[in-house]
Design a protein around this ligand. Sequence first.
Ligand code: SF4
Length: 463
Amino acid sequence: MAPAGNAGTVRQVNKNQCQHCMPLGAIIAFRGIAGAMALVHGSQGCSTYMRLTCVNHFNEPVDIASSSLNEKQTIHGGEANLKKALDNMRRVYAPSVVGVLTTCLAETMGEDLDRIIRDYQTEQATGCPDIIAVPTPSYSGSHTEGYWAATKAVIAHYARPSGPHRCINVIVPHISPADIREIQRIFTLMGLAITLIPDYSLTLDRPFAGRYQKIPAGGTRPEEIAAMPGAPLTIQFGATCPDNLSPGLWLEQEYGVPLVTLPLPVGIEAADQLLAVLEKISGHPRPESLANERGWLLDAMADAHKHNAEGRAVIYGEPELVYALTRACTENGIAPVVIASGTRASRLASCLEPLLPGLDEQPVVLEETDFAAIEAAALRAGANIAIGHSGGKFFTERHGIPVVRTGFPVHDRVGGQRILSVGYAGTLALLDRITNTLLEQKHGSYRRLRYEETNRTEIMEGI
Ligand code: SF4
C-alpha cells in the first residue's frame, strides 16, 4: 500500500470483497425503467444471491428471473433455458421491458445472446416485450459498472432522433431512492422539467398499497427515454464514471446533447455547484426554501466542526459516493485517512487528485480493493470512524470503530432505501449522522471510565 497522489493508487486482488456482482447493478438500473424486469442468464445461485441482497437492502420484494443453467446447459448451451425463462416470465409477470443480463458462467460459455434474443423475437407471434441484453460478467466489473452499462444500454435501445424540447436529461449514479426523490425535488423547486433515469424512487421504495404488484408502478417511461436526444442538455451526476460506460457521453456523441458532468451534490460545495448550474439554466435564483436549507447546513457545519475535527475516517464503497463523502468530510474538518473502492473502472483517483494537496495528512487511496486491505490500512492510519455500507460492520465488531451506514448494501439495519445524503438537506442529515456517531463514541468511553471509577470507589468504601 502507498499513499495516493503522485505515488498513484494501490490495486489488490480480492479477499472479502467490498463490491458486488456486475449483474446486480444492472438489475437495479432496470428497476428504474417503467414496466421492466430483469432476467439473469446463469445459474439459480447467481439470481438468488442478488435477489437476497436487494431484498435485504430495499426491504421490498425484488423478483428476478433466472434461466437456471445447470451442468448440462453449461456444456451444450443455454439457449433453450433462456427462451423458456422468457416464456415463463412473460406468462407470470407480463413485463413490457426485459433486461437480459449475463453472468460469469454465460459469458464463459460464450453464449451468443444477441442472436438468441433475435431468434426469440422472430419466433414470437405478437406481444413480445422489448428485450435489452447487457453483458455483465462479474469478472469484468462490479455492480457499479453493471449499473452504468445497463443505464447506457437502455438509453441506446430507446433513444431516437427527436425534436427539441425543454425537458433536461438527468442521469443519476447508484444512489438511494430517497436521494433520487431529493434530486427530483430540487429540480422541481427550480422550476425545471426533467427526464430522470433510472428512476427507481418508487419501484424500490414502494408506498404501502395493500396489494402486491408483480411489476411495481414507477420508473422512467420508454417514450421519455426515446425523446432524450431532443433535450437541451444532459446533467449526469457521475464525476467518476468512465467514458466507455457513460450514458451522458453517449448521448452527446450520438445526438449532440451537451453533457454537464457534476459530482453527487453531497457537501456544500457540490450542492452549490449544482444550484449554480440550475440557476443559470432556469434564469432565476433559488427559492427561499432552498436558500434556507443552505443556511441550516452552514449553521450545522459551524456547530459541528469542533467535534468533527477529531474524526479520522475510513470511507469505502462505490466510487461516486466515496468521492462525494470524501469531499463532504474534508469540508467539515474530518480527515479522510483511507479512501477505498472495490470498483475497477472508475475515475475516483483522478477526481481525488485536486483535493489531496489541500489536506494536512495524505490519505491512503485503494481502488479495486478488498476489505482485508481496507482494514489493515484503517488500523495503520488510526481511523476512528468508518463511513460506508454494511460490509464494513467488522470495523465495529473487531475494532470498536463505529460505522455510519450509507451506500449499498445496508443489510443489517432497516431503511437502506431511505438514507438521504444529497442536496443541502441530505448533507445536513449526513453530517448529523457522522457527528453524532463521533460524539457517541467519545462520550460512551467517558461514561464507561467514569462509571468504572465511581464503581471502584463505592466498592472500596464498602469494604
Ligand atoms: S460472481 Fe459471477 S457466478 Fe458468482 S454470483 Fe456473480 S455473476 Fe454469478
